[in-house]
Design a protein around this ligand. Structure first.
Ligand code: GUN
Length: 296
């Protein structure tokens, strides 16, 4: 079987267009535009690049965005104080603290300091807890984006065996929860694998839907995938490539060609899951502004 491609750019554009329409309607009804505030500690180039793409997407859909830059010497107390001010600022709807943080700062502590009603990343324990309890919440953007991809392509989830490789707080764990819950996003039988899993292939080969979020180029090869499986590759890895302008190219966690030979659907890297993360952040920021999840 030669897999069909899931086009994340197309689906992300559709989500952004819908958000842009809803923002216009919100503003026409007399409200101020939604506002996202990004906190950046230090000046890591990769973080700066992610933040640029988030603020660019905001501008495109009519969401205002600001970036609060703090030096990488900022203390935990100063950072919490900055977050507290944003919590109290009525003009800010969504707060996002860009990760990773410098080693002297605890991401857990900072995330907990964010008002969960403004936690558009969906990382706060209140939102994670409510996700587990199947209650309305901000959902982590990457797994929410993957759920949207499956919905867009009408790929059924209910009753399927979903295998998630990678158990991170940002992707793997919330993904597994979403797929296994009783609501319309879920009802799959779900297995979570991680770096301590013995005989990974025994699990991956059983997957109707295989979601890989590990950050290891080429981890999943064709022979590890069931014929006709749906494969979602979350990995974005740089591999050296002298023929490329930048000296590297981006690949996922799957060996694309051999996996595409067996799968029925597959996400490319780049252009698969990546664009969905930013699109879902736009959607969460709109939901925060409208008080759709937590009435204001
Ligand atoms: N760093 C890498 N991905 C993310 C994300 O989705 N949110 C935040 N806050 N930081 C990140």
């Amino acid at each position: 079987m030669k897999a069909r491609q899931i086009d994340g750019r197309e689906v992300a554009a559709a989500v952004r267009a819908e958000v842009a329409d809803d923002v216009q309607e919100w503003v026409r009804a007399g409200h101020r535009p939604p506002r996202l505030e990004v906190v950046q500690v230090g000046s890591d180039p990769a973080s700066s690049s992610y933040i640029r793409s988030k603020t660019r997407a905001c501008a495109e859909v009519g969401i205002e965005a600001g970036t609060m830059k703090l030096p990488d010497t900022v203390s935990a107390r100063e950072l919490r104080e900055a977050v507290r001010r944003l919590n109290e600022d009525e003009g800010v709807d969504g707060i996002l603290v860009q990760l990773p943080l410098p080693p002297h700062l605890s991401a857990h502590d900072v995330i907990e300091a964010i008002d969960h009603r403004k936690d558009v990343d969906g990382f706060h324990p209140m939102n994670v807890g409510r996700l587990v309890l199947d209650q309305p919440c901000f959902r982590s953007c990457t797994p929410a984006g993957i759920r949207e991809l499956l919905r867009y392509y009408e790929i059924p989830v209910k009753g399927k065996h979903a295998v998630v490789v990678g158990a991170s707080n940002i992707v793997g764990s919330p993904m597994a929860v979403m797929l296994s819950r009783e609501n319309s996003a879920g009802k799959a039988t779900t297995t979570i694998c991680h770096k301590f899993t013995r005989d990974l292939t025994r699990h991956t080969i059983a997957a109707d839907i295989l979601i890989v979020a590990v950050g290891q180029a080429g981890l999943i090869r064709g022979e590890m995938v069931r014929e006709g499986a749906v494969v979602i590759d979350v990995g974005i890895n740089r591999v050296a490539d002298e023929s490329a302008d930048r000296g590297y190219r981006l690949v996922g966690d799957c060996d694309y060609d051999s996996v595409a030979d067996r799968a029925s659907w597959i996400t490319p890297v780049p252009g698969g899951v990546g664009p969905m993360t930013v699109a879902m952040l736009m959607k969460n920021t709109l939901l925060a502004a409208r008080g759709s999840i937590y009435p204001r």
